[in-house]
Design a protein. Structure first.
Length: 401
């Protein structure tokens, strides 16, 4: 397949990408839209801010566990029905978040919102490996990463507007309605892409097959590092800019939107390279760039304490992350293109990402008092961890006669 063919999508493929874009937008909307409401939620539920921040860790935990359920289920019974069922339940639990009267109830509702909301995300990755030829998979993941990054741009701005005009509770009412609309879109436009069903014992067989695959393991380690880096930024961004630097809600939304645009830019850049078989090379370049930028951010956190310097460096780091998301997903899941274990592989890939992020967000705030120092150190560590499997593999290959 030549480069021109890899860039050309037919009508069916465009429809699939459009529907998957809607579905995968629910995850960033569920995370980003309420970030500027942490203080309001704290006051309404009479809970300290750190307990409201913990709701993000709870969400990530639910997202991690849910992927291990929905991915294998979609291998057994198909992709379409689990998406529709999960969206209905996601909407119901989103309304429960809106009605929560205390922080504990809010945590429980957020856990199940994530458990049900992860299904469209994990199954969407499997749909791509079902429906696209191997030469188009990186392009499909890059387009999906680009378009779903619009949600982090719109999410904070929309959430802040809803919070100011109505209340933080209406953010979750809106999220539930978005789930209903997504279900309607799926019902009308997404056809079943999974032919047949996985064999019994498919989950364990799929996990074993994935973990024996070196490309999957390396891509999952790198993909988890990328996701942890993003969550380090997201979970601390409002505290850094609004509390530490005194930036207002509108200015914070603008900074967050700019960084989300950088993620789109990185994904757009790598989509143009989908015709070149150099994914690992671009991965190494991106992680090396992240390491250098993170070192500069450490300097800002220790000496400069300038919000605009921090914002500029983070903008560049988000560009690198935008390139790394489709690269790592492609490297991990491409070996399962057309496989009856693609849903299980996708769920395991997502589980590693979310479990890593859950452990990080649950423990990170105990390690650093300064949120900017926490983010800069985390980004630096993630860049090293992400490149390690590929650097070590190359070193091992060179050491063999």
């Amino acid at each position: 397949m030549n480069n021109a063919q890899k860039w050309k999508l037919n009508k069916r493929e465009i429809t699939i990408i459009a529907v998957l874009t809607v579905l995968t937008a629910l995850e960033p909307l569920s995370i980003d839209a309420y970030l500027s409401s942490f203080i309001d939620i704290s006051e309404t539920l009479d809970a300290p801010v750190y307990k409201v921040q913990a709701s993000l860790s709870v969400f990530l935990g639910g997202f991690a566990v849910g992927q291990l359920f929905w991915g294998p289920l979609s291998d057994r019974i198909g992709r379409r029905l689990p998406i529709l069922a999960s969206l209905a339940l996601f909407s119901a639990v989103s309304f429960a978040c809106a009605a929560a009267g205390d922080i504990e109830t809010f945590w429980i509702a957020r856990f199940f919102q994530a458990f049900f909301g992860c299904a469209p995300v994990v199954i969407s990755r499997a749909v791509i490996t079902d429906a696209f030829p191997s030469g188009k998979i990186l392009l499909a993941f890059a387009i999906l990463s680009m378009t779903q990054s619009v949600a982090p741009i719109a999410g904070p701005a929309a959430g802040n507007m809803i919070r100011e005009l109505l209340s933080w509770r209406h953010i979750f009412w809106a999220t539930g309605i978005a789930g209903i609309l997504s279900a309607i879109c799926t019902f009308l436009f997404l056809k079943e892409t999974r032919s047949g069903s996985a064999e019994r014992g498919g989950f364990f067989a799929g996990c074993a097959e994935a973990l024996r695959n070196r490309a999957f393991v390396s891509g999952s380690v790198a993909g988890s590092a990328v996701y942890v880096a993003l969550m380090a930024y997201i979970s601390n961004s409002s505290v850094i800019f609004m509390r530490e630097f005194g930036v207002g809600g509108s200015a914070f939304s603008a900074i967050f939107m700019a960084n989300s645009a950088a993620i789109i830019g990185g994904s757009f850049f790598i989509s143009g390279k989908s015709g070149q078989n150099r994914s690992e090379a671009y991965l190494k370049i991106s992680f090396a760039g992240m390491a250098a930028l993170s070192a500069a951010l450490v300097g800002v956190s220790l000496f400069a304490k300038n919000p605009w310097a921090a914002a500029a460096i983070l903008f560049c780091e988000m560009f690198a992350l935008g390139a790394l998301f489709p690269i790592t997903t492609n490297l991990a899941l491409k070996p399962f293109s057309g496989s009856d274990k693609s849903g299980t592989a996708s769920s395991l890939f997502g589980f590693f990402q979310l479990a890593s992020a859950f452990l990080f967000t649950a423990a990170a705030n105990r390690l650093f008092d300064d949120p900017l120092a926490l983010v800069s150190a985390s980004l630096l560590a993630c860049s090293v961890v992400g490149i390690a499997p590929y650097a070590m593999r190359r070193k091992g290959a060179q050491s063999r006669p």
